[in-house]
Structure formats: structure tokens, C-alpha cells
Design a protein around this ligand. Structure first.
Ligand code: HEC
Length: 155
């Protein structure tokens, strides 16, 4: 990751719209100005996949159900990340739903499984945002588990 990912969205929006609507004198520079900044906006916005309220619900599920068998590092370790980075949140949701808790797979509600996934995102340092994660297979299939850039990284 490079520094451009940490620019605030408002600044990026301003620069991008200035580049797009700035008139012909800007046109020659447009490919250079727009391409990297658009990519940066995608990174910043796409990292905020859940709300803090969902993470709090997830923490409750984790404490009540998962922590009997799991330590935090089970879902934050290098091994876990190697296995899951790049895979969809729906895959993670389905794996947890169909195999966990180990002594009673499928016994939690869909919301509790969703909140478990959210809590795993939080434990891995992904920031909360304004839009809740929804337990809709089509949407969750398009969202990938990706680690945040270093300032948000919580080992
Ligand atoms: C009764 C014990 C037990 C409980 C309770 C339990 N787990 Fe597990 N979990 C395991 C075991 C054992 C494994 C490893 C073997 C496996 O994958 O089945 C595992 C594996 C996992 C994995 C896969 C880790 C990896 O490296 O891919 C995830 C994710 C997970 N559990 C999440 C949860 C969540 C979330 C909860 C709470 C909703 C939970 N587990 C509750 C025992 C448990």
C-alpha cells in the first residue's frame, strides 16, 4: 500500500471532480490525476463494510459462544489471514454457519453468524462505517476479506 490510500475522501472527491470538470487545460493530465485517486477512493470506501453496532453484537456472540473454544488469534493469525484474504465474506459466513460452533453447527441465528463475521473483520483491524453489512448472499459474495492498510492494522 502507498500513502495515497490515506488521503481523506473529501479531498479525493475535490481533486477528482476538479480533474473531470476542470476544462480542457486539465485534460492532458486527466489520466495521471484520476486513475490513482479513483483507486484510492475505492480502497477507503470499500474497507468500511460494517457498523460499530454490528461489531458490538459480534463481540457478544464471540464472548458467549466462540471464546469457549477460540482465542482471538485463531481469527487474526498469519495462518488465518493466509487462508482467508481474497476470499469472499459469503464464503466465510457459510463456513462459520455450517461448521460453528463446533459442538452445534447451524444453531445460531443468521444475524449471529453475520455478526460473527463482522467481529472477525473488526479483530483484523478493518474500520467500521455508516452502512451495515447485510446477510444477502449476492452482496456478500462480492465483498472480499482484505486486510486494511498499515495505519489500521491491528496484529
Ligand atoms: C466447541 C468448540 C468451538 C466453538 C464453540 C466454536 N468453534 Fe470455531 N472452531 C473450532 C475448531 C475445533 C476449529 C478447527 C477445526 C474446524 O475447522 O472444524 C474451529 C475453526 C473455526 C474457524 C476456521 C478457522 C480457520 O483457520 O479457517 C472459524 C472462522 C471459526 N472456528 C469461527 C468460530 C466462531 C465465529 C464461533 C462462534 C460463533 C466458533 N468458531 C465457535 C471449535 C469451536
Amino acid at each position: 500500500m502507498t500513502m495515497r490510500n490515506y488521503l481523506p475522501s473529501a479531498f479525493l472527491a475535490t481533486v477528482v471532480s476538479a480533474s473531470v470538470f476542470g476544462g480542457s487545460r486539465m485534460s492532458a493530465q486527466r489520466p495521471l490525476a484520476v486513475a490513482p485517486l479513483s483507486a484510492a477512493m475505492f480502497v477507503v470506501d470499500s474497507a468500511k463494510l460494517y457498523t460499530e453496532a454490528q461489531a458490538e453484537e459480534g463481540a457478544k456472540v464471540w464472548t458467549a459462544t466462540c471464546s469457549g473454544c477460540h482465542e482471538t488469534k485463531d481469527v487474526t493469525s498469519a495462518d488465518f489471514r493466509t487462508k482467508w484474504v481474497g476470499r469472499s465474506l459469503f464464503e466465510m459466513y457459510e463456513q462459520i454457519r455450517t461448521t460453528m460452533p463446533d459442538d452445534g453447527p447451524g444453531t445460531l441465528t443468521p444475524e449471529q453468524y453475520l455478526h460473527s463475521v463482522v467481529y472477525i473483520l473488526k479483530l483484523n483491524g478493518l474500520p467500521a462505517g455508516e452502512t451495515p453489512l447485510v446477510s444477502d448472499s449476492a452482496t456478500m459474495s462480492t465483498l472480499k476479506f482484505e486486510l486494511p492498510p498499515p495505519p489500521h492494522f491491528v496484529p
